[in-house]
Design a protein around this ligand. Sequence first.
Ligand code: SF4
Length: 50
Amino acid sequence: MKQSPSPESHCSNCQLWLPKKDSKDCGNCQIFKGPVYAQGYCTYWAPQMI
Ligand code: SF4
């Protein structure tokens, strides 16, 4: 999903998010192959443990 339905839950604050050094808008996910949008979202979203 390109745009998260919830402002608090999106890929860039998901525990499974893997940021890319060369891009702010796209990164990778531990459970999907290929780039994902930082503002995207999926049903596997989980809060980051800080
Ligand atoms: S699990 Fe879903 S919400 Fe989390 S980074 Fe991957 S695609 Fe984004």
